[in-house]
Design a protein around this ligand. Structure first.
Ligand code: PLP
Length: 450
C-alpha cells in the first residue's frame, strides 16, 4: 500500500503506478498503455520522454541546480526571460518566475495591487473576475476563481471580489446575435467597475478560453477588444491568465493573440515546461516594471524556488522544442482536425450537446436533452463517468465541471500533446466514442436520457 497523498480513498482502489511515457503514450507498471488525451492536466504539450529536454536537465544539473533569486540570476533564467519577451505581445517584457499556475495568478494579483500603491492610489485593490473561471487553488487565486466546486469549502474565507458573467456562446439567449452577446457580456465589466467604483478596482482577470470550469469555452470575436477598451477607460489593468492557453495550446503563441489584444499582465504555467518540471511565470509590461522600479524598487512576491535555474533550463529546452518542431502551427492544424472529428461525434451521439474548442484545447459538453440543452446536475457526474470509462479503455481526458448547478454544463476536455498525428487523433476519437456510447447506454437503460 503506497502512502502517496495522490491516492483517492473514495475510489476504493489505488491508481495504477506509472512506468514510463513516450510521445502521446503513457505505460503503467502492469504493462497497460494509455493515450494521454488531455496532456495530463493540459500540461504535457510536447509529449513524454523527449530526449532534448532530458539532456538539458542533466546539463544544467551538472552546472548548478539551485541558487536563491536574491543572490544570483543565471544564464538559464536570463535566456528564458528574453525568449518569453520575444514571444509575448506588446511591451510584456518582464518575467517573474514561480513554480505553479496558482503562484503565477497570485503574483499577478499582488503586482497589480502594488502597481496602484506605487502610483499613490492604494484603494485600487480589488480584482474583478468571471463566474466561469479557474485561476488556481491558493486563497488569493481561488478568490478570483468562479470554480464552484473548488471554492465551496472556503467561500467565507475568500476575498470579496466582484465577478461578472463570461460569454458562453452555447447557452447564449437565442434571440441575440453573437456580436451583441459578446458586447453585452463585456459591458458587464463596465457595470461592475461603476458599481464598485473605479477607484477600488486594480485589475480584471480572465482566461482567454475558459478551461477547467467550463471546458474550452471560446469567447465570440469582439469580446476581448471591448474588455480592453473598458479597462483602458477606467484605468483597470487587464490580466490574461494563459496558464492553460499559453505556449501554443490554442494554435497561437497565446490565447489572447487570437483577438490581437495586449494585456498588462499575463500568467503562464502548464505548457511552459510541458510537465518536465514545475515552472510558471507572471509576465508584466514595461509600464508596470518602470513604476515599481521608480517607486519601492522591488516586487513584494516570491518563493524559494522562484527563478530556479534548473527549471528555467528545462523550460527553455521545451520552448526551443516547440519552436523547432513548429508546434504552435501544428496545434492550429491538428487541432482543427481534432475538433472536426469531435463535431462528428456530437452530431451522432445524443449525449453530446456541443463539441467546441480552439487549437488543441477542445471539449465535449454533455446534456440531458440535445434540443433544450438541459444540463445534467453536476452532482450526477456524467463527465466523470465518461472519464472513468475512457480511462478503462486506455484514454486519459480531463474534467471541466466547475460550473454553476443548472447553468453551466458538465464537460470533459480533450487536449492531447501538440505533437499528436492524424492517425493518433483517429485512435483517440475511436476510444472516446466507445466511452461516450457506453455511458449513454447506461443512462438510457436507467431512463435518465431520452
Ligand atoms: N489558471 C488556469 C487558467 C488554470 O487552468 C490553472 C490550473 O488548471 C491554474 C491557473 C492553476 O495552476 P496550477 O494548478 O499549476 O496551480
Amino acid at each position: 500500500m503506497t502512502k502517496s497523498y495522490v491516492i483517492k480513498p473514495e475510489l476504493g482502489k489505488e491508481y495504477p503506478v506509472i512506468s514510463h511515457g513516450k510521445g502521446i503514450y503513457l505505460y503503467d507498471k502492469e504493462g497497460n498503455r494509455y493515450i494521454d488525451g488531455s496532456s495530463g492536466a493540459v500540461t504535457a504539450s510536447i509529449g513524454h520522454g523527449v530526449e532534448e529536454v532530458a539532456e538539458a536537465m542533466y546539463a544544467q544539473a551538472k552546472e548548478v541546480s539551485f541558487v536563491y533569486r536574491s543572490h544570483f540570476s543565471s544564464d538559464a533564467v536570463e535566456k528564458l526571460a528574453t525568449k518569453l519577451a520575444e514571444w509575448a505581445p506588446g511591451s510584456l517584457n518582464w518575467t517573474f518566475f514561480v513554480s505553479s499556475g496558482s503562484e503565477a495568478t497570485e503574483t499577478a494579483q499582488k503586482i497589480a495591487i502594488q502597481y496602484w500603491q506605487e502610483k499613490g492610489r492604494p484603494t485600487k485593490n480589488r480584482i474583478i473576475s468571471r463566474w466561469m473561471s479557474y485561476h488556481g487553488i491558493t486563497m488569493g487565486a481561488l478568490s478570483m476563481s468562479g470554480h464552484v466546486l473548488r471554492r465551496k469549502r472556503f467561500t467565507s474565507l475568500l476575498a470579496d471580489y466582484p465577478a461578472i458573467t463570461g460569454p458562453y456562446p452555447y447557452r447564449k439567449p437565442e434571440d441575440m446575435s453573437l456580436e451583441s452577446y459578446a458586447l453585452a457580456c463585456a459591458n458587464e465589466l463596465e457595470t461592475a467597475i461603476l458599481r464598485v467604483g473605479p477607484e477600488q478596482v486594480a485589475a480584471f482577470i480572465a482566461e482567454p478560453v475558459i478551461g477547467a470550469s467550463g471546458g474550452a469555452v471560446v469567447p465570440p470575436d469582439g469580446y476581448f477588444q471591448r474588455i480592453r477598451e473598458i479597462c483602458d477607460k477606467y484605468e483597470v489593468l487587464f490580466i490574461a491568465d494563459e496558464v492553460m492557453t499559453g505556449v501554443g495550446r490554442t494554435g497561437k503563441a497565446f490565447g489572447i493573440d487570437h483577438w490581437g489584444v495586449v494585456p498588462d499582465l499575463m500568467t503562464l504555467g502548464k505548457g511552459m515546461s510541458a510537465g518536465y518540471t514545475p515552472m510558471a511565470a507572471t509576465i508584466v509590461s514595461d509600464e508596470i516594471i518602470e513604476t515599481i522600479t521608480k517607486g519601492s524598487g522591488s516586487i513584494m512576491a516570491g518563493h524559494t524556488y522562484s527563478a530556479n535555474p534548473q527549471s528555467a533550463a528545462v523550460s527553455l529546452a521545451v520552448l526551443d522544442y516547440v519552436e523547432k518542431h513548429q508546434l504552435v502551427e501544428k496545434a492550429a492544424e491538428q487541432g482543427a482536425y481534432l475538433l472536426a472529428q469531435l463535431k462528428e461525434l456530437a452530431d451522432e451521439l445524443p449525449l453530446i450537446g456541443e463539441a467546441r474548442g480552439l487549437g488543441m484545447l477542445c471539449a465535449l459538453e454533455f446534456v440531458k436533452n440535445k434540443q433544450t440543452k438541459e444540463p445534467f446536475a453536476l452532482s450526477g457526474g456524467v463527465g466523470g463517468k465518461v472519464i472513468q470509462k475512457a480511462f478503462e479503455k486506455g484514454l486519459l481526458i480531463y474534467p471541466a465541471m466547475g460550473g454553476i448547478e443548472g447553468v453551466a454544463g458538465d464537460a470533459v476536455i480533450i487536449s492531447p500533446p501538440l505533437t499528436i498525428t492524424t492517425e493518433q487523433i483517429d485512435e483517440l476519437i475511436s476510444l472516446l466514442k466507445e466511452a461516450v456510447i457506453a455511458v449513454q447506454q447506461e443512462l438510457q437503460d436507467k431512463a435518465l436520457i431520452g
